[in-house]
Design a protein around this ligand. Structure first.
Ligand code: MN
Length: 401
């Protein structure tokens, strides 16, 4: 028996569906490209705001000025975190976020998160207590150490920020079968029930003034927890406080010993004894950035700065001046920083000069690629002044002083 069926309509529907999928993919790609470009555009001026504020901080300031500079730095870093969070969310949504799953020591990651939050808590007059009972202390969860730390930091800073003076934050660990639960409880104003629903949704802002700015961090935290095979939740009693809970599977493997968190500091070498200055070539097309690097390095004795605004003059200066160190921006008008790196490496007299990348491009892939090619360090803009100073001090003969 033959059954005839008119499939014209179905075929047309299929074509339309396919078109819709292609269109959505293009839109999503365009959004990612836009975000990545925006992040670069926003980071560049922030680099200057944070950089020069840190330069000011190095001076002996009057208390009121010191406090003002502190405000600029904190607000600027907060803005930077927000930019990073938006980028992270986009990376997750486009499936580009890479996680390193492995056993993570609970004491260690909780300890790090608390230590990093401590200055903020102290300033806010909020006490932080940790309680990891037997069975939790010394155990490992399965997760990405860096990302779990990021989630805990987000919860802890929120718990401090949305608290009251003289209030408390409690971090409690408990074991639930083969999972670990961590609770972060604050004594803040609590979350209004109408704000609870969209709390973990990206791009939906919680209602009420006291929730400005938590939206992105919490939705990122949820997506990170879910990608690690965990969960996150919240409960709140208005007027009494909120509790945020994360859960992850326990790991049976033991966590690898952590590398000592150290700064880049090679062995001290013999002192220069009034020898020639340490010469740093900074290849950077943005004149303000170059001025910032000049301000920073000006704090060191016997360091001379050479500046080049594009790749070709950078290469020319390197050949003519043989600097002791090259600071390299990756976006140059005439070539990429990577190309310049190749050219430096191709000339035997220049190949040995240490190169430090200083870039607003903070993507992990880019960073890994350049590190594999042997750059001495990869600094992201906004420049951390202390880190740049340490790095230059460590690389110059005579070592840190
Ligand atoms: Mn540039």
């Amino acid at each position: 028996m033959w059954v005839a069926r008119d499939v014209t309509a179905e075929a047309a529907l299929e074509v339309r569906l396919r078109e819709a999928v292609v269109g959505a993919e293009a839109a999503s790609r365009a959004k990612s490209e836009f975000l990545s470009r925006m992040s670069h555009e926003l980071r560049s001026p922030l680099n200057l705001v944070l950089g020069f504020a840190q330069v000011l901080e190095l001076d002996d300031l009057a208390p009121a000025q010191d406090e003002a500079v502190g405000h600029i730095l904190r607000a600027g870093r907060h803005l930077l975190d927000l930019i990073d969070e938006v980028l992270d969310i986009d990376r997750i949504e486009s499936g580009l976020l890479h996680l390193d799953l492995g056993p993570v020591g609970v004491d260690e990651v909780v300890g790090d998160a608390v230590n990093l939050t401590w200055p903020l808590a102290e300033r806010a007059g909020v006490a932080v207590d940790v309680s990891l009972p037997r069975g939790v202390a010394g155990s490992q969860v399965l997760g990405d150490r860096q990302r779990l730390l990021q989630v805990l930091l987000n919860l802890l800073t929120n718990a401090v920020r949305y608290n009251r003076s003289g209030g408390r934050v409690e971090v409690v660990g408990e074991r639930l079968g083969d999972r670990l639960r961590l609770r972060v409880t604050d004594t803040g104003p609590g979350i209004p029930s109408e704000a609870m629903e969209g709390l973990f949704e990206p791009y939906v802002r919680g209602q009420g003034r006291s929730f400005d700015g938590v939206g992105v961090g919490l939705s990122l935290s949820r997506q990170l927890m879910e990608r690690m095979g965990g969960t996150i939740g919240a409960s709140s009693e208005p007027g009494r406080g909120s509790t945020f809970t994360v859960e992850l599977p326990l790991s049976t493997e033991s966590a690898p010993a952590r590398e000592a968190a150290g700064r880049v500091r090679p062995e001290p070498r013999p002192g220069p004894g009034g020898g020639p200055p340490f010469r740093v070539l900074c290849v950077e097309d943005n004149a303000d950035n170059l001025a910032l690097v000049g301000e920073i390095l000006g704090r060191l004795t016997a360091v001379e700065l050479l500046g080049a605004a594009d790749g070709a003059s950078g290469l020319g200066l390197a050949r003519g001046e043989r600097p002791d160190l090259v600071l390299l921006d990756l976006h140059l008008p005439d070539m990429t920083g990577e190309e310049l790196l190749d050219r430096l490496r191709a000339e035997p007299e220049l190949a040995g000069i240490p190169v430090v990348v200083v870039s607003a491009d903070a993507t992990a892939g880019q960073r890994r690629r350049l590190e594999e090619r042997g750059v001495a360090a990869y600094l992201t803009k906004p420049i951390e002044v202390g880190r740049l100073l340490d790095l230059v001090e460590g690389l110059r003969p005579g070592g840190p002083r």
